[in-house]
Design a protein around this ligand. Structure first.
Ligand SMILES: [Zn+2]
Length: 114
């Protein structure tokens, strides 16, 4: 499972951050996940909850911000947001070749320690 590896790397990153900070535990980790990143938020949450046992993130909460796919059409210059994972063509002018300018995010935004 793809999400298991991502959950592990989030935990490792947060644990390393915790060690550097000198605090005792991680309270929460905020991540931003794009709709086109290939990561399913529910799967990531499940994997995170399974993988955090016995780590300094044992009681940490995973806060997931989902980012919609945003496209920019080079033909007409319009930008738009979709619930889908991709664009086949521009919803404005119908031309193919829409550039994806958001939606592939897979970033740790914030790690709260105490
Ligand atoms: Zn267009």
């Amino acid at each position: 499972m793809h999400e298991a590896g991502i959950a592990m790397s989030i935990i490792e990153t947060a644990a390393a951050h915790l060690e550097k900070s000198g605090y005792g535990k991680v309270d929460s980790v905020s991540v931003r996940i794009g709709a086109a990143s290939g990561v399913v938020p529910e799967c990531l949450r499940f994997a995170f909850n399974a993988a955090r046992a016995g780590t300094p993130l044992e009681n940490a909460e995973l806060l997931i911000e989902e980012v919609h796919v945003k496209g920019l059409c080079p033909a007409c210059g319009k930008s738009f947001i979709t619930e889908e994972k991709y664009f086949l063509s521009c919803p404005g002018c119908g031309q193919p070749g829409v550039r994806m300018v958001a939606g592939r995010e897979l970033d740790i935004m914030e790690i709260e320690v105490s």
